[in-house]
Design a protein around this ligand. Structure first.
Ligand code: NCD
Length: 309
């Protein structure tokens, strides 16, 4: 039984296979319209979501499958005190695969231990978000042309931002990748990423507080929202929430071909005037999320055999 809990659950060749399949789905969607006929995806979302849940559901529908699920803890038996372990045991007999988002770090991993269907981590607390990373990798590969030798600036809430944590772990596996971390001191990346991931693998990176200074050296600028729901107090959030705001004026420092990415939702960190800049690719990125989730569902269900990748 294959699950996707951490970005490291996929080898580089498996990642490349999923990205290749996603590109083929993007180019020839009708070829895949019936691949999951008769299969069901359960979306178990204990935390708010727009893109992740709906792109999973769209992905399964595009493959000819069906979806069922819940979109908040309050509308599930979690509100009555049911454990994730019990819920997944039951869902295993209702669906063929499931995507779970949970505010507690490690909840999808616990679920995978009690599940008889593949469990996909759709975001666990401030920890990981591996399917956003697949989306991000597809976006970089498709629009930048390659995943190696890329300079990636990650900006905003690097402490609580799970998309950044997963992106770093996945990208270090491609040669020549360098990171520029742009955040307030209080929102720097967690120590485990610095010591166990970046330092241990001799990955070059620097940590700075000023966005404009580093803009000219970036191939990708990955903006993130300050994660209000993970703060212990509202005053800290209010003080830090507008630390970085990307404006058209700041975009003048960037290279002509730099990509501006954002997992979305955006709050204030990218002003809307940037949306019309051809380098702003965050809405395209959200679209890629459907294709890559189609490729992932096919792969985890073992239905990916008959294709070009
Ligand atoms: C992200 C998340 O949920 O971590 N959203 C998403 O899935 N696209 C980013 C965020 O909420 O800031």
């Amino acid at each position: 039984m294959r699950h996707l809990i951490s970005p490291l659950d996929l080898s580089v060749s498996e990642l490349d296979h999923i990205l290749c399949l996603a590109e083929d789905i993007y180019a020839n969607p009708s070829k895949y319209a019936h691949v999951c006929q008769g299969k069901k995806l359960a979306t178990l979302f204990y935390e708010p979501s727009t893109r992740t849940r709906l792109s999973f559901e769209a992905a399964m529908m595009n493959l000819g499958g069906n979806v069922l699920g819940f979109s908040s803890a309050n509308s599930s038996s979690a509100a009555k005190g049911e454990s994730v372990a019990d819920t997944i045991r039951v869902i295993s007999s209702y669906a063929d695969i499931c995507a779970m988002r949970h505010p507690k770090e490690g909840a999808p991993m616990v679920a995978s231990q009690f599940s008889s269907i593949p469990v996909i981590n759709a975001g666990d607390g401030g920890h990981n978000h591996p399917t956003q990373t697949l989306t991000d990798l597809l976006t970089i590969k498709h629009l930048n042309g390659k995943l190696d030798n890329v300079v990636i600036g990650v900006c905003g809430d690097l402490k609580f931002g799970r998309t950044v944590h997963s992106l770093i772990q996945a990208m270090i596996r491609y040669p020549g990748v360098r990171f520029v971390m742009i955040s307030p001191d209080e929102l720097r990346i967690p120590d485990y990423l610095r010591t166990e991931v970046l330092d241990r693998n001799n990955i070059p990176y620097k940590e700075v507080n000023v966005l404009e200074d580093v803009m000219p050296e970036l191939d990708v600028l990955y903006m993130t929202r300050v994660q209000r729901e993970r703060f212990f107090n509202e005053e800290d959030y209010i003080r830090l929430k507008d630390s970085f705001i990307l404006t058209a004026k700041k975009m003048k420092y960037a290279r002509e071909d730099m990509l501006v990415m954002h997992p979305l939702p955006r709050v204030n960190e990218i002003s809307v005037e940037v949306d019309s800049d051809p380098r702003a690719v965050y809405f395209k990125q959200a679209e890629f999320g459907v294709y890559v989730r189609m490729a992932l569902i096919m792969t985890l269900l073992g239905l990916d055999g008959d294709n070009a990748c």
